[in-house]
Write a protein that binds this ligand. Sequence first.
Ligand SMILES: Nc1ncnc2c1ncn2[C@@H]1O[C@H](COP(=O)(O)OP(=O)(O)O)[C@@H](O)[C@H]1O
Ligand SMILES: O=P(O)(O)OC[C@H](O)CO
Length: 502
Amino acid sequence: MAQPTHVLAIDQGTTSTRTIAFDAQARPVATAQREFAQHYPQGGWVEHDPEDIWRDTLATLREAIAGSGVAADRFAAMGITNQRETVVVWDRETGAPIHRAIVWQDRRTAQTCADLHAAGHEALVSARTGLLLDPYFSATKVAWILDNVKGARARAEAGDLAFGTIDSFLLWRLTGGKAHATDVTNAGRTLLFDIHAQRWDEDLCALFRVPMAMLPAVHDNSHLFGTTAEGLLDAPIPIAGMAGDQQAALFGQACFEPGMAKSTYGTGCFMLLNTGSEAIASKHRLLTTPAYRLGGRMTYAVEGSIFVAGAAIKWLRDGIGVIDSASDTARLAESVGDDHGVTLVPAFVGLGAPHWDPDARGAIFGLTLDAGKAHITRATLESVAFQTMDLVEAMVADGADDLGAIRVDGGMAANDWLCQFLADILGVEVERPANIETTALGAAFLAGLATGFWADLDALSATWRCSRRFSPAMPAERRARLREGWRAAVAKTRTTARDRAD
Ligand SMILES: Nc1ncnc2c1ncn2[C@@H]1O[C@H](COP(=O)(O)OP(=O)(O)O)[C@@H](O)[C@H]1O
Ligand SMILES: O=P(O)(O)OC[C@H](O)CO
């Protein structure tokens, strides 16, 4: 066999699918990317067509291989990383999904979660899964499909249907239906997986009414999951790494030591803090989640999940048309004075951590007649930093040491204005790596480790480079005033949601 020279990573995100080819120095040598359709069948519902996702995955894989100029048999392996929690249920015989994928942002099961909460189930769920009863997670979405597609529940119980998050679905398709598996990080977002015992939990499956016969096998993140089916690519390539995208970003940022944190700004924003071999239960409504498992040894993280970050920028562009492109936002934000007085709370799909309020909806405060698109744009960027601030405060209140620095990545991290405002509001150093595609890199690292392409974590750490560091420069008094303004706006947003519900 030819000596491997490169590794591939598939990054299946909420709004786009991409494949990146990396060389042995972890440099991206070819990228292929496609945006795909979002379906909003009702208010608060969000769906994807799994066939779109599969079509784009295959197309970007072929394109990235061709674009790299590297022969397919020179790739040591590929890794898969994915939007987490999103649910696909498919027929084991035909491989056809029985419903569109229900996306992590979808709120249709809010009432089911409220009922389970009222019945007193949250303590058990949190103790075993590290999560909360929120429609964000997979279990209630799976049950919704089984209850709403005719005959599905009986077929699932008979073992004829398979459930998977996007990673499992892609693995199934890539291997021609040979492998039905996932990894601990994706399993750990379903509400069905005991993150301490590290196995599917019978009680939780019964509580959420998900038949165990439809669940995938769960493996380490660095593991030989399967090999691409004959004829799919010019040569079969092993699939040897898998992780949910936020955990992959933590890995790609080389946050391997307890106390190291990263924050990823894509559609949403997700901040993960490595807590080592200890699963720390949050007292401030953060999540406890598997960070990665290598050689059977689990590393955990504490996570703050924010549902809307880049999605608000997309809304500025596609929803209300105040910008032509995401890259306009920094210039517009700079054009507004510091004391502009506008606050935007982007609770478009409720609020995630640390509030977990599925009924909250977006709001803008402080409008005056001179407020224009620049004010709204600036307030939108600021809201992303303020939400991160809420997460950091919750982590510190949970006993985390004061964070000296956070590593940022994701599409929005390209925005210098945002990175500086983030450093100012958090009062910590913000480090942006040379490669902000850390999600894909993390998946590539996992696949490369499994196949010996990279030797160990030290070899991976050695590839991490900071390209720009943003240091806090805002006077403490101004920071305190802005923080206060944000808290008041969030409180008003939540009161309005409660008033509407009454
Ligand atoms: N310069 C920028 N300023 C602000 N937001 C940006 C910028 N560039 C990209 N974005 C936003 O980042 C998001 C894309 O990031 P990405 O990491 O690709 O997301 P995902 O993986 O969730 O699909 C989009 O929502 C886009 O609006
Ligand atoms: O698509 P992203 O990058 O915003 O990530 C989505 C998260 O995995 C949802 O939990």
